[in-house]
Design a protein around this ligand. Sequence first.
Ligand SMILES: [Zn+2]
Length: 474
Amino acid sequence: MVYEWILRGGAVVTPSETYTADIGIRDGKIAAVGDLRGASAERVYDARGKYVLPGLIDEHVHSRDPGLTHKEDFYHATRAAAAGGITTILEMPNCIPPVVDAASFRGRVAELESKAFVDFGLFGMVLGDENADDLAPMAEAGAVGFKLFWGYALDRRTKTLVYDASAREGTVPPPDEGQIFEAFRIAGRLGRAVAVHAENRELILHLTERERAAGGHDYAAFLRSRPPVNEVLTIQAGIALARAAGVHLHVLHIPTADGVEAVSEARRRGWAVTGETCPHYLFLTDEDYARVGVRMKILPPVREKRHQDRLWEALRSGDLQAVGSDHSPHTEEEKRGDVWTAPAGFCGVQTAVPLMLDAVSRGLLTLNRLVALMAENPARIWGLYGVKGVVRPGADADFTIVDMEKTWTVRGEALYSKSRVQPYEGWSGRGAPVAAFLRGRLIMENGKPLGKPVGRLVRPSTKVMPVPPVPKGS
Ligand SMILES: [Zn+2]
């Protein structure tokens, strides 16, 4: 057989092992993994001395498209993803208009597909009673899962999220526990997981008012307005409701030791709960605020070092199961003001993998764990396992090729996103994605995206699958 590509002699990395092999690609799929010395191919990629990872998945991206394309759009976000060694992103539903029913799901896909440099899955949004009957049609249309922005009111007219928790006029109040329970039951029956933004609205309102009235204006005051209990309260409510409703709960962007304990305790009991953290919680602490300022404002907030230490430990032990970037760009003009008024979020899709690889080179994590956290586990949770997230015959020929000797420096102007606001300017590290393949096409080499947008929507092919414990010795 003649392969379209042979990736020659790389070290293939899975969650449980690292071994040297050739990989043969045909019709966009992995056709063979092993010793292919006698085989012929149209093209050969020399992977000797490099690591071959399954194409990495960023399960948490806000591309702002459509509706907020002055900040970012899908063309730029997916080029940035490819440049950063990501071959599949999972796109969040909160754009304008948001993805809340089958029609808006299809509309969004049609809008995005022609601009996609990487493959993408799309979440549907949980609004409670407002769209309980739309969850099944969204799953039918191909939603990878559902996203609940816990405690956020909606604009009555546009159905978009209202970020000011004190706003009342023209809003639909956030869904209550009854509505959430019902949505969870429906998602559970559909075999799709629900991802939650878990912060408690009442506590935030109360504590923010108190801190601002007391004249607090520094980062410490901001952190006091959102203490860890604010997250734990919602995570625990989510876990209890999800367990009773029979749905897999995925807690997004966990920045606290307390959040890790809540998730890992539920998992020790065998409940269907998983948790994600993000690079900014792993690489920044509250002490960076003095230097970085509001550029690093994000919700939930970046916290103290003791939380960060627990997050790293949780990634190694398996107490946390996924790393997503929470890429959420704003323009330079928007990302101003003080800690209370500046919008939350910044670019992260292009820097996520290099940062994590630097952590690998510093011994904080193994490459095997990185593959679990950014490929296999997200694929299991979001129904893509076997097509994405693995290196095995029959799977999509998606690969992230890594050179652990290559060094990098973050330069805002070199990012492919439309807005380049991020908190890592001038940072350098060791270990970089040097090539990426998407369904057998070379879409990135040496950090440069190649060719035309060939990404497409990826629909779940399985129901949500449990995430296994960390294999011994990885
Ligand atoms: Zn997010």
